[in-house]
Each structure stands twice: as C-alpha cells, then as structure tokens.
Design a protein around this ligand. Structure first.
Ligand SMILES: [Zn+2]
Length: 317
C-alpha cells in the first residue's frame, strides 16, 4: 500500500512543506527533481504527492477510495507515465514516446505526470531531447525526476527543475518504524536501524527478505566442521535473487568490520548479529566477498562461489 498523504512521510519536512505549499497555493512547478540518498522516501513522497494532485474526493486528505486513487495505487493511471532505465539507460526512444504522450491533454486528471526514476540514467541524446519538453511544457504537464546523484544529470535539466532535497533518516526514526511495521523486538530493530545508515528502504529490504537471519545461518554453517552443511547453505544461497544477494554481501561485510572493531577497540557489536564474530583478517575477507560478488556477473557457478566463500572466510580464523 502506498502512502497517500504527504503528512505521513517520515522526517522529510523541508521536502514535504515545499510540495504541500506549492500545491495549496496552486503554484506548481513544471518539473521537480527529488534528490537525496537511496531509500529515504523520494519515491514514496512522489506517489503521495500524486494522490494529492489526482484524488477526486479530497485533495487535502486523499481518500484512497476514488477511481483516481485506486488507479494510482495500482500504477495504472492513464495520465501518469513512469520511465526507468531499460537495461542500463533511459533512451531517446523512451523520451520520444513520452513527448508523444504529452501532446494530448490529460484523459482523466488535471495533469499529466512524467515520473522518471533514476533520472541520472538518462543518456545524453535522450537528455537533450527531453530538454525541449522541459523548456516549454504544455501547461498541464508536471515532471517528477528522481535521482540519488543529480550531479550526473545534464546541468540544463537541473536548472529547469525545482530541486526537492531529501535527507538521511535518524536511526531512532528507522528503529521505531521497524518496530511498528514488523513488530520486531528492540534488539533486532536497533541492529537493522544501525546498519542501514539512514536509509529506511535498505532497512526494510533487509527486514523483508530476512537477510539478518540469512547472515546467521551463513555464519553458523561457516563455523561448522561439516562440508555437507556448508554445501547445503551454499546451494540455498545460490538461488537468491540479485537484490537479495546485494544486501547479503553488504551485511556480511558489515559483520566482518564490526567483528574487527569489537575485537580491536571493543566497539559495541550489533545485538542481533551472529553470536560468533569473525576472527580473520578483515582486509582479506572483504576482498574475498568482493571477488565473489563480482564473479556472479560473469556467470560463475553460484553454488561453488558460495562454497568457496564459506571456506575462505572461515578457514583464515
Ligand atoms: Zn481519492
């Protein structure tokens, strides 16, 4: 379920106030550039903003029930077009289709929205084509561009957009959110909040995919003396989706580093991390993790890669 009201966005007051003001005073910009770290609410806020703009019953407090709200929820509203990189870029073809889409007035709403995710992936040719629409858009058009790194965007695109900044979230906010949403006990919520560095999106992915539990089973298998147990874990991990693997490698690296810090300077170790800490050389361990992570891009047999990683990490100790 999407957040339908800007007032429910967590701890992004400057961004929310800017949008709410523009909306209430009917001084909407033709292009907004939402920028800030990954997983802090940029997309969530963009969708909430659209509920306010499109709701047919109550624009102050979007209802979630009307035809427009339901279509936004399902991302099938005919006046909203979502662009994101196909393969690795947003291409000229996608922008041309968008320009065509903008030629006609909205079908059901007051506005036509172009929602561009990962806007920094617009390639040069596409960016130049987009510029013209940004310069003289039809009056009913609003662009929402989302980017973690707007320094990678064409400066001419940035200068034609109103910048809406998002910031990292305080650890306490993430912790309370996790406790409320997932009913986690204190130490799990605390650990997840701590290792997600202000990104609620990261914390939620790690929570939803059970990656903390996976770390525990991986470490347990690693410290066991049973090759069979190791192989079974390797087999299971080899079936994970890329996004899960990314977070797993991330959390495994954090475990190595935090183990090292605990050992060296008695730095507090996350409570929900495996009881056993990593004992080897952290530099070699991180390098091994990095190598395995890269190997996946070259279609190495994933079971073997994980089995190898288990042996490398846990025999240095
Ligand atoms: Zn509604």
């Amino acid at each position: 379920m999407k957040v339908k009201n800007l007032r429910e966005i967590l701890k992004q007051e400057p961004a929310v106030n800017l949008l709410a003001n523009a909306f209430q005073k009917n001084r909407l910009s033709h292009a907004y550039l939402f920028t800030g770290p990954k997983g802090v609410g940029k997309e969530t806020t963009a969708w909430a903003f659209l509920f306010h703009l499109f709701c047919e019953k109550d624009k102050e407090n979007p209802c979630g029930e009307c035809k427009a709200c339901k279509k936004i929820e399902k991302e099938i509203h005919p006046d909203i077009r979502i662009l994101y990189p196909e393969k690795k870029e947003i291409t000229i073809g996608q922008i041309r289709e968008t320009i065509y889409f903008l030629r006609y007035r909205p079908l059901e709403a007051e506005y036509k929205i172009i929602f561009i995710k990962e806007a920094d992936k617009i390639n040069l040719e596409a960016g130049n084509a987009l510029l013209k629409s940004l310069e003289e858009p039809p009056p009913y058009v609003i662009f929402i561009l989302i980017s973690e790194n707007f320094s990678k965007l064409l400066p001419t695109i940035v200068s034609r957009s109103q910048i809406v900044r998002f910031r990292s979230l305080p650890k306490e906010v993430i912790k309370e959110f996790l406790k409320k949403k997932f009913l986690f006990e204190e130490k799990v919520a605390e650990t997840l909040a701590e290792i997600s560095f202000g990104s609620i999106g990261k914390a939620v992915t790690i929570a939803e995919k059970g990656i903390l539990e996976e770390l525990n089973s991986f470490v347990k298998a690693g410290f066991s003396n049973s090759p069979l147990k190791k192989f079974k874990v390797a087999e299971r991990f080899s079936s994970f989706l890329p996004e899960v693997l990314d977070e797993f490698f991330y959390i495994l690296s954090i475990w190595v580093l935090r183990s090292y810090l605990k050992e060296k300077i008695d730095y507090p170790y996350p409570q929900a991390f495996p009881e056993e800490t990593f004992k080897g050389d952290p530099y070699l361990a991180i390098r091994a993790i990095y190598e395995v992570k890269n190997a996946f891009e070259f279609y190495v047999n994933p079971e073997l890669a994980f089995y190898h990683l288990l042996n490398t990490l846990f025999t240095t100790s």
